[in-house]
Ligand binder design. Structure first.
Ligand code: DI6
Ligand code: FE
Length: 404
């Protein structure tokens, strides 16, 4: 047995069952064997056998340790940027105005299609590196800016390549039903036919972990979304949904019927939708960056979600149009400031509940048998992670038991 020991730290294990805020362990020891946690707890309670098998001891010198952060909703792989549209919006145009005038997602589709696979990787990698620099160890990346088989495949391959080349785990989501590509203008149902052809082809290439759609008046109807969900279910793939971002379209209720892993955005979520999510066990993924960047004023129904026991995740939504954000720490702050989450809820949102939103049972909390993905921070208490704005106290990330 070869054990790596990490000591001299306090740990926010984020275990709900621990019965302490943040699953807190003072003066902790973490024993790592291979890519798993072999033991974690107060140092003076560690079994002697583990100390004997210890190959190397790392002194964390008073660091706070949390689970590796999980960014469970991103559109990180895209070409170009939309700084010009940012200027237009500052001049008075709305996100929906720009979208209807052929800008918005469509302009990113153009840039993404024009980029070669290598160019797309080169443009996207700095964003991933920024997220990793704030402790991200697992990231979900959606397609949805290719909107044609070859370009969707290209983007998903780029996303998958990051898992091989960087010390990070990547889950890929097919978001073919993100927007109507220009060549299908006025023919949304025919485009959905195309999405239903793309999905099995991409799945066969091993590029799809889950299926998402944008259910909204500027995107796809519930009927169109349901066709995509049916196809996903037929392939045994889990679904999730961009739901009730700009209006209450009934997306959450539909997604819940298909046992969605998560419903995301949710500014316009009503009682019925929330109740359906609670029954289905779907996670509410909150995206305060998009809320902030679009200067939204309608806050997701946080009290209702709390009352119904719907787990809340928090994510960057990293994308060029509504949340050009590569900072999970800033999202913690905004989740607290804008949505009134507690710092503990916010941190659970990028750890335990983010893992649940991706259907991953081996991470998100620090406990025996879990993946040894954790972060050393130069702060004393976890609330400091949500409190500061634009300050990064990240010291080191351990990914699969190895310092990154
Ligand atoms: N909702 C969003 O906020 C992003 N996609 C979506 O379905 C925005 C994507 C973009 O504007 O490029
Ligand atoms: Fe999104």
């Amino acid at each position: 047995m070869s054990v790596q020991l990490w000591t001299g730290c306090s740990v926010a294990t984020m275990q709900a069952a621990a019965g302490t805020p943040y699953g807190w362990v003072e003066d902790a020891a973490i024993a790592v064997e291979g890519d798993r946690i072999a033991w974690i707890g107060p140092r003076d309670q560690m079994p002697g056998l583990l100390r004997k098998g210890c190959e190397q001891e790392h002194d964390c010198r008073g660091a706070l340790v949390t689970p590796g952060l999980i960014d469970c909703h991103t559109h990180l792989v895209y070409g170009g940027d939309r700084a010009h549209e940012f200027e237009l919006r500052l001049g008075g145009a709305s996100y929906e105005d720009i979208s209807r005038a052929g800008g918005g997602i469509a302009s990113t589709v153009k840039a993404t299609r024009a980029a070669s696979e290598a160019e797309l990787a080169a443009q996207s990698l700095p964003r991933l590196r920024a997220l990793m620099g704030e402790g991200v160890t697992t990231i979900e990346i959606k397609s949805g800016y290719g909107l044609a088989l070859d370009h969707e495949a290209k983007a998903l391959r780029v996303a998958r390549s990051f898992a091989r080349e960087q010390a990070v785990d990547v889950r890929t989501t097919f978001l073919g039903a993100h927007a109507l590509p220009p060549e299908y203008a006025g023919r949304a149902d025919e485009y959905i036919d195309d999405v239903l052809r793309m999905l099995p082809a991409l799945h066969q290439q091993g590029l799809v972990d889950a299926v998402d759609a944008f259910c909204e008046r500027i995107a796809f109807s519930t009927a169109q979304t349901e066709r995509v969900f049916k196809a996903a279910k037929a392939l045994g793939l889990p679904v999730k949904l961009h739901a009730e971002q700009l209006s209450d379209s009934g997306g959450a209720r539909l997604a819940a019927r298909y046992g969605a892993l998560s419903c995301d955005h949710l500014e316009w979520l009503g009682e019925e939708g929330a109740a359906a999510m609670a029954r289905a066990g779907s996670v509410a993924v909150l995206l305060p960056g998009a809320f902030y960047f679009l200067r939204d004023t309608r806050v997701p129904p946080i009290d209702l979600l709390r009352k119904l026991g719907v787990p809340m995740a928090v994510s960057t939504d990293c994308n060029p149009g509504s949340s050009p954000c590569t900072s999970p720490l800033l999202m913690l702050n905004m989740a607290c400031t804008l949505f009134r989450l507690t710092p503990e809820e916010a941190l659970a949102g990028v750890t335990r509940h983010a893992a649940q939103a991706l259907g991953l049972k081996d991470r998100g909390v620090l406990a025996k048998g879990m993946r040894a993905d954790f972060v050393l921070w130069d702060v004393r208490e976890p609330a400091q992670l949500a409190y500061a704005m634009g300050f990064n106290p990240h010291r080191q990330t351990v990914f699969g038991g190895r310092p990154r």
